[in-house]
Write a protein that binds this ligand. Structure first.
Ligand SMILES: Cc1ncc(COP(=O)(O)O)c(C=O)c1O
Length: 420
């Protein structure tokens, strides 16, 4: 097992990381301070916490629109709410189909199911673990309405071929940018390429309002109006009086969240530059480690590192990913096996066992569906392999070179002991 200094912490050796590294869970890893406090104080002093009477949500939306050069930004209560708002706007017939990646958060699929549509999983490209454009067309049916594209880990999906396919088949494109704030695809910000872009401001994201989300879209005024009704009880608030045009939930963001968002949005560039710098340093330190293959970024694109994600090459190791993860955790490194875990999304009970509306199996078994949908192992073999072999490191804007050195040291120590 090598010298005493090489003895793994999991085998009783000394951990490489003795005290916790900066984390997104608290101020150690976040840029939250005076500016947020001043904004929130204003809201408290105003006595108005609700967006319909206040100005902070509108101000936050305006700043987001300016940043993304988009006509409409609509602040909502979470990333899931943002995607649900987009799905309500799409207004599928029950049993219609939406193509989605199996490597994403359940928050991408829940809105599809709430709108009684079927999630159809398209396998991923192992290079960046995003939906593989070459695998899309085989899943398109007369019932397909939309492609929901997640840009996973902050690395952009290949939007040009995806948009080309969408246009050819007259499909709507929803971009899930929850993990890809300010990510660039060939000179364009992701979220502005498809019909609607959706963001999450949950605690772990590039900027945060605790929970929260944003929907962006650029089209005519009617688009903006109807989108606003989709998260607001179907209520056309631009008109006097009360009306409810169609079924829609209440996903308002509060003035308190928006106040934090206004301060946070001004820190985007610092946050993203810091994440990129730390990631570039780790790339460099791991360059010679043969068992590691960082998740890729397409040419002429800029990734923004929600996570630092890498695949382990099984042929270079004597143990499986799970054992490596356990050993890394013992060394003091916060990491997880795979995303959204060691299995892709469709193998979680909600989808695999179709735990949706009572015992109905809806929408998977609804009479309106094109067939009886089943989700089993083997559906997306590349995604399953990626989940098995990937390790994710939560990333943040306060990681300094000394922290990156420790992360690399922990990885090198463990992988050196387990190498073939
Ligand atoms: C890719 C992706 N989509 C959707 C969501 C859902 O966002 P929220 O947790 O804000 O509802 C997340 C959250 O982690 C995510 O990572």
């Amino acid at each position: 097992m090598g010298t005493e200094s090489e003895k793994l912490a999991i085998d009783g050796g000394k951990p490489v990381i003795a005290s916790p590294l900066p984390t997104i869970k608290d101020a150690s890893g976040r840029l939250i301070g005076e500016e947020e406090m001043a904004q929130v104080k204003e809201v408290i002093e105003s006595g108005c916490l609700a967006y319909i009477y206040g100005s902070k949500v509108t101000d936050f939306e305006k700043r987001f629109s300016e940043l993304y050069q988009t006509d409409h930004s609509i602040a909502v209560s979470s990333g899931t709410a943002a995607l649900h708002t987009a799905m309500i706007y799409l207004d599928p017939e029950p049993g219609d189909e939406v193509l989605v990646s199996p490597i994403t958060d359940m928050g991408s699929v829940i809105p599809i199911l709430y709108q009684q549509a079927i999630p159809v999983f398209v396998d991923v490209d192992p290079f960046n673990q995003n939906m593989d454009p070459a695998k899309i067309e085989e899943h398109i049916s007369p019932r397909t309405r939309a492609i929901m594209v997640t840009h996973i880990y902050g690395s952009p999906a290949d939007m040009n071929p995806i948009m080309e396919i969408a246009q050819r088949h007259n499909l709507f494109v929803i971009e899930d940018c929850a993990q890809a704030h300010m990510t660039e695809y060939k000179g364009r910000l992701v979220g502005t390429i498809g019909n609607i872009g959706c963001f999450s401001f949950q605690q772990s994201k590039h900027i945060t309002t605790g929970d929260g989300g944003m929907v962006i879209a650029s089209e005519d005024q009617r688009f903006g109006r109807r989108l606003r009704e989709c998260f607001d009880k179907g209520w056309p608030r631009h008109k006097p009086g009360r009306d409810h045009y169609f079924l829609a939930p209440n996903y308002h963001m509060t003035e308190l969240q928006a106040a934090v968002g206004i301060a946070q949005i001004q820190k985007y560039s610092i946050s993203i530059a810091a994440r990129r710098k730390a990631a570039a340093e780790l790339d460099e330190l791991l360059r010679e480690v043969e068992a590691v293959e960082p998740v890729g970024t397409l040419e002429n694109c800029q990734q923004t590192y929600f996570y630092y994600a890498f695949r382990l090459k099984p042929e270079r190791l004597t143990v499986n990913t799970e054992t490596v993860v356990e050993a890394l955790k013992a060394e003091g490194l916060v990491c997880e096996h795979g995303y959204p875990g060691p299995i892709p999304l469709y193998l979680y009970a909600m989808i695999r066992d179709q735990k949706t509306f009572g015992k109905s199996g809806w929408p998977f078994h609804a009479p309106t569906a094109r067939k009886r949908w089943e989700y089993r192992e083997g559906l997306c073999p590349v995604a399953e392999k990626c989940c098995r072999e990937t390790i994710i490191l939560p990333w943040n804007e306060r990681l300094q070179n000394e922290h990156v050195q420790l992360i690399a040291a922990a990885l090198k120590k463990v992988l050196n002991v387990y190498k073939t």
